[in-house]
Design a protein around this ligand. Structure first.
Ligand SMILES: Nc1ncnc2c1ncn2[C@@H]1O[C@H](COP(=O)(O)OP(=O)(O)OP(=O)(O)O)[C@@H](O)[C@H]1O
Ligand SMILES: [Mg+2]
Length: 114
């Protein structure tokens, strides 16, 4: 399931990027978990749409940039919550959108032992 989450976020970053835009993927450690951040250099999303984008089938004003149906971000949030994690989205201060997946150690006992 997590593979599908990451697959959709990378495919969004490709679809909604500028033609020559890079995609940066960062994996990092936090005190009680870990995070994975996917950042593109496209137009980002309208501020007023940010909370709506996690609703099933909602597509933003930029949807004309790419084909799709819009169920995926809501599924991403659901899958992350099943895994005891969360997903956050923000427009970067420069041009681009950043999606962050947060995984909690508490939901991953192997990692706590490790
Ligand atoms: N990286 C991004 N940059 C800008 N807008 C984005 C980005 N990722 C998602 N969005 C916005 O969020 C909406 C919902 O994303 P979602 O992945 O659910 O749908 P989709 O990619 O349009 O279609 P599908 O995933 O079904 O092929 C998109 O239609 C788009 O408006
Ligand atoms: Mg998508």
């Amino acid at each position: 399931m997590l593979e599908r989450v990451i697959d959709n976020l990378i495919s969004n970053a490709i679809k909604y990027n500028d033609a020559d835009g890079k995609i940066e993927i960062t994996v990092y450690d936090m005190p009680n978990g870990s995070g994975l951040r996917i950042r593109d250099h496209g137009p980002g999303v309208r501020e007023e749409e940010k909370s709506l984008l996690f609703r099933p089938l909602f597509r933003g004003a930029n949807a004309h940039m790419a084909s799709g149906n819009g169920p995926w971000l809501s599924v991403v949030r659901r899958i992350m919550s099943i895994h005891g994690g969360d997903v956050f989205l923000r427009n970067t201060s420069s041009h681009g959108l950043e999606l962050t997946l947060v995984f909690s150690d508490a939901a991953c006992p192997d990692r706590m032992r490790g």
